[in-house]
Design a protein around this ligand. Sequence first.
Ligand SMILES: C[S@@+](CC[C@H](N)C(=O)[O-])C[C@H]1O[C@@H](n2cnc3c(N)ncnc32)[C@H](O)[C@@H]1O
Length: 444
Amino acid sequence: MKQTNEKHAKQKGPLPYATKRNKISSRIREQASAYLSSPKISRKKTPPKDVIKNVEKARTLVLAWLDKNGLRDAVHLGLPEIDDRKNVWRVGLKYPRSSNGNGLVGEVILDAASGDLCQHTEIAIIKSRLLKLAHETDENGVVAGNYEKTKRQSPPPFLPNKIVLGDAAQVLSELPLNSVQLVFTSPPYFNARPEYTEYLDYQEYLDSLRRVFLRCHEVMSEGRFLVVNTSPILVRRISRQTASRRLALPFDLHHVLSNIGFDFVDDIIWVKPEGAGWATGRGRRFAADRHPLQYKAVPVTEYVMVYRKQTEKLIDWNIRTHHDAEAVQRSKIEGKYDVTNIWRITPAHHKDHPAIFPEELVEKVIRYYSFVGDLVLDPFAGSGTVGRVALKMSRRFFLIENEAKYFHNMLKELATVAKTMRQEVLCEPEEALEPNEAGQRELF
Ligand SMILES: C[S@@+](CC[C@H](N)C(=O)[O-])C[C@H]1O[C@@H](n2cnc3c(N)ncnc32)[C@H](O)[C@@H]1O
């Protein structure tokens, strides 16, 4: 290229592209001077005067539009912002009861120059967003998930520590609503053999549990937990010609609880030391013959099923709005805890009761699912393990047992703990207790 130009310069003088450029620039110069000297055209273009000069004017116009559409009291305005590039004002529309940005329901855009409305969220969409937020907002006026400024709940009705001899469904029907903050229980055993069972059949057994859990649901505080320990029931064979069966109680009970209005939260597997299940006789046949299909696992686990009383509110709501902030602080679970759903716990035995909770299991459940000062209910109390542990963990308890011999044993054992803890315990019927020196029938 360079070579070609030099050659061209020697032969014909200036390069053609330079000539062209000079011609263009002289034309531009002429045009510019004509433009500048023209009396009709001013040099600076004056922007047209904006109708909306400030935030206040933008607000006034949006409020008038809201008024026209019947939304003036339904929404709050965000701070109007100017978009210089497009010369428009943007004004956010917010749900009035939200205290942070969660409540944006729409936007209005105004032309700064003319003051005209150039764009807005469909009225129908604004209205349905408002409705949805109103539904999600709790009675304290806070949108779900934002509880910083929420009012605390009022304290629930206070019930003292108490044990009652009677039928659980019957006794629970007399408790005040919202008086129970945790239920932990294991239902009575279902003996499938007609000559031993007190139920017509398995369905009747499930129905009787349903009646009790329905009452539990009624008396529990909103969003609180129900924890049930169960395992499949072994129905032994009645002759060599019949097979043994297992009834899947944890899964059947799951349907019962879901239908009542409990949300499933967790399935914790309580693992007992190996050897614990051999007494059931399961797996012995296979151990001897080793045929496929005959295999039967020896059960060494039980389910600890965790449910929450259905609510729209998050668990966070139960924590932040708890009536006693100090109790919440004192209940924090410090140090080691069970990270997985496998809990290895050795079973406990009692001379007077065939199926009791190990204290370690009750301690974990109370620690993870209740606050200090809460009332823990066991409608099938047996030996009263839940009550004894609740006392030691600064919770209150309410226990129901329908067998007189278990009830009286429970009474004696609780008396010992209550005495050392200096805690008052009531009992019903009162006559089950000897009157003290002051003539009162109190456990302690
Ligand atoms: C599996 S045991 C509970 C043992 C208890 N978890 C413990 O640690 O001792 C179930 C208990 O429920 C009692 N029970 C059965 N039906 C009942 C009813 N309708 N109302 C109250 N208690 C009942 C039984 O007598 C039995 O003691």
